[in-house]
Every structure is written in C-alpha cells, then in structure tokens.
Design a protein around this ligand. Sequence first.
Ligand SMILES: *Cc1c(COP(=O)(O)O)cnc(C)c1O
Length: 562
Amino acid sequence: MDLPQRVAYFSMEIGLQSAVPTYSGGLGILAGDTLRAAADLEVPVVAITLVHRKGYFYQKIDETGMQHAEPVEWSPDDFLEEMTPRAQVTLAGREVNIRAWRYAIDGINGYPVPVYLLDTNLEENDEADRSLTDRLYGGDLHHRLRQEIILGIGGVRMLRALGYNNINRWHMNEGHASFLTLEVLQEELEKNGNSKPTEQEINAVREQCVFTTHTPVPAGHDKFPREIVEQELGSPQIDNCRKLTTDGKLNMTDLALHFSHYVNGVAKKHGEVSRTMFSGYVIDSITNGVHAATWTSPPFHDLFDKHIPGWREDNFALRSALGIHREEIWEAHMTAKRTFIDAVNRLTNAGMDANVLTLGFARRAATYKRADLLVSDIARLKSIVATQGPIQIVYAGKAHPADGGGKDIIKRIHEAIPQLAPEIKMVYLKNYGFSLGQIMTAGVDIWMNTPRRPMEASGTSGMKAALNGVPSFSVLDGWWIEGCLEGVTGWSIGEEEPPEDGDESAGDAQSLYEKLEHTIVPMYYKERKYFASIMRQCIALNGSFFNTHRMMQQYVLNAYFC
Ligand SMILES: *Cc1c(COP(=O)(O)O)cnc(C)c1O
C-alpha cells in the first residue's frame, strides 16, 4: 500500500523506546504503539512531538514514601538524526527557531514511519526559549502554552519545511496539539487570498482534521486565559479562535472539536461519556490497543512462533491460542514470572517467591486510579492469606511532580508495606517506564486496576497483561467493560454502574476482597488447570483484539482514508 497521501500524527508525548524518556505514561506509550502498528501495516504516517531533552523525570522515593523528581539526562544525538531545515514560530512577538530530530520506527517489513522531535535549544534563540522543549508537562501556564504553540503551529511549519506537501489528515492525539488547526486555517486563507476565514476555509480545515480525546478528567483538558493566548500567539491567529473562548478561556479540546470532522473517544464507554461532555458534536469511539510484538514477553514470543506463525503480522491469529496446551502456557508464564521476580528481588531485596500468587498494579499514580484500594483493609488481606494461601504484591508508578494527591497515594502505599509484613510481602518499584512495564505486565499473575468510574477512558496495561496470559482483576471501566468476561478472561471489581448515593470505594473494596478470598486465591492454588484456561482465554479473546493493528485498521477506515 503506497498511498500518495500522508497522515500527520501530532502528540505531546511519544514512547519511542525504553532509553528515550519522551513520554509520561499511557498516552505516550499508546502514541508509540500506534506508530509501530502504522509501520507494520505500511500506513503512510509521519509524526510530530517535542524532544523533551530533560525527559519525564527520574523518580526517587525517600524512606517516608515521598517522591522526588530529578531530570533524566539523555543525549538526543545518540538516538536521533538532526535535520537541516528550520521552522519558526512567534511567541509574544519574538521569533523562536525550531530544529527537528528524526527517529524512524521501522515496521515488521522495514517500512519506516518517521517521527520528528521538535527542539528549540538553538544558539540563535533567546536563552529562555532554549529550554522550552526540555520538560514534558513542566513549567507554568505560559510555558505550557508556548510548548503547545511549538507543537501545533511549529509542527505544521516543520513538516512543510521538510517537504511534506501531501498531507491529507492531521490527527490530534489529545488537545495539546490543537493549535495545528490554526496553522492549517492560515494556509487555507493564504491559498484563497482571504484575510478572514469564511465557511469555505473552515470546512477545508475540518475536512483535513481528526481528533482523539483521551480523558474525562477535567485537568486533562488544557484551558488558557485569553489574555495569555493573545500575548503569546498574537494576531492574526488569535482572531481565528476568539469566538471559541468561554469564561475568558481558550479550551484546547473545544478548539480541536470545532475544527475536526471526525472525533473519537478511546473505548466504547469513553465515547458515550464524551458525547455527554461535548454535546453538539458527533463523537465515535475506537477502542485502544497495544502493539502486540512490543508487549509480548520473550517466552510468549517463542510459544507463539511455535504454534501461531505469522502472529506478529496478523495479531488476529492469536485467537488460535485456544489450541495451545495449558501446560505450555503455564510454563511460558513461569519463565516470564521468574525473570520478573528476580528483578524485583535484585531491586528491593524483598525475597519474593515465584511460586506465590503475585498481584501487580502499575500506572501513573493519579488519584482517580485509587491505587491504595487494595491495601485499604490490611486486616482483611491478612485473613485472606491465613485461610486461602499466600499472596505478594508489586506496585509501581510515578505521580506527576505537581500532583500532591498522586504523591500522597504513593506515600500511603509505602506506609502499608510494614503493616502487611511479615505475612504479605509488598514492594513499590521506582521509575515505572517502558522496560519495567514490559517485564511487570508479563511477570505477575493478576493485573489489577481500580479507577473511579468513568475516569479510566481506556487503560492499556491490562491489554499488555492479556497478551502474556495474565488475567485482569479490575473495576468495570474503560476497555475492561469490553474485555471482561467474568471467570473467562478475568474478574470484575464492583458493578458496572457505581452506587448512586453510596460510597463507590467501600463497595468496590468489599467486592475486591470477596473475590480475592472466595474465587481467585483458591483457584490459583487448588484449580491450577482452570486458572491456566483463563490465562489462555486472555490471549485468544483479548490479545487477538485489543492490539494496535486492529485499532490502526479502524483509524484507516473511519478517520484517515475515507
Ligand atoms: C501501558 C503503560 C501505561 C498505561 O497504563 P494504564 O493501564 O493505561 O493505566 C502507563 N505507563 C507505562 C510505562 C506503560 O507501559
């Protein structure tokens, strides 16, 4: 498929590889997985992001459980190729020069998807502007706005400077990239020799733009006071979005919605929730996925190669995992688990045992994810272990440095560690990222998630677990509403609808402990065959579907080439 047109994919964060710290969590990993799938399927995509020279932070946690953030030092020129063309944006009347670094994602048959990482650290720029592309989600509102102008407007100009003149779709992966619409509008105006946009130009922009919204959490939708936008952006750009401001603020989600002809949420439920949040817009949903070859552990690579040749090119083929013998699934899992438990013991000296049922919980430490729900009743957990058999627990995840609530959760989990000892071993691993994610989603026995409904737009780490035969035990939200078949692919926590006036957390904790005690721990120790059947079903039913190959095909059909 060598289409003459291209899709330009814009994302504030993209998880390219483990050693390149240009992502903070699910959004960035998803962007990377999306591009890896595009390369495998030879979909003509080019991507834009920022270089984030100081990375997303290096996490330290002190004895009290307090998180401290330090810059991550990495050298872009070890991984990226510098491009010659420059682009410029104007910020508060100053010209800022932008350089691009190229990273190529090569597909399974060598098809390259280029990613351009924008960088303002150039000698010709003012000192203060040189650090604008240093930190992902760092700095104040002004700083954030400048970064988004560089991404959106600078990104379009850079693609033009690099010779990309055949772009038929601009895909905004979350609202951080919405300013691209203003630049595409400017191009249309220039094409028509108009100074003020008419229906014609606005429709031309809409025809080219698509937008994916990723979260119902209000803080996830950037809003900038109009005065600040006017100061930084200047006219004429601001005139073209002035009408879009409400309460004196420009909401980046509104900007993207206004200029897009196709909008989607990232799971069926999230589509529904987004339709009520943004009434008046048609909002579809495309459920997220993960890049199967990236998130399948080495022992499962070997197992699938043996039984399902071609699974990397055709992830749907994983459905025939149902024909693999349970013992082989179990053996592959134990190999992945030993690798992980060895790493845990090396990192923490916890003395964990690969024969003990291991629960895993790792993701950004955002308050809505309620990471501490599992340890909310220490006595109850101890009594489950006393009657049903041992468990051990592994946590990981970074809180955003400015998120006090998230940091409190990390603290509370640390406080629970000595309370659970010695009956239950628990650790909190630092610096959750790409490579720890790979060994952890494959190396625990149960993958947990406990978000407040309906805040988990999709969630993706449970999909990584499923590819490795690890069942999820999670609140019915996001992708898990679609992926959970009770007792077949894992287990739900609580009901799909939260209680109307009751305490969501109390009910969920109750359900969590009940199922752990009466279903999961006994099955793990006494009905191993049955447990292994569930593992196999995770791969066949969920691994074959919740992947970015399926997802990319839906974007191609519904958003890109239609
Ligand atoms: C997959 C992944 C996430 C996303 O986790 P959720 O399940 O969406 O909460 C976050 N961080 C890393 C490092 C990941 O690999």
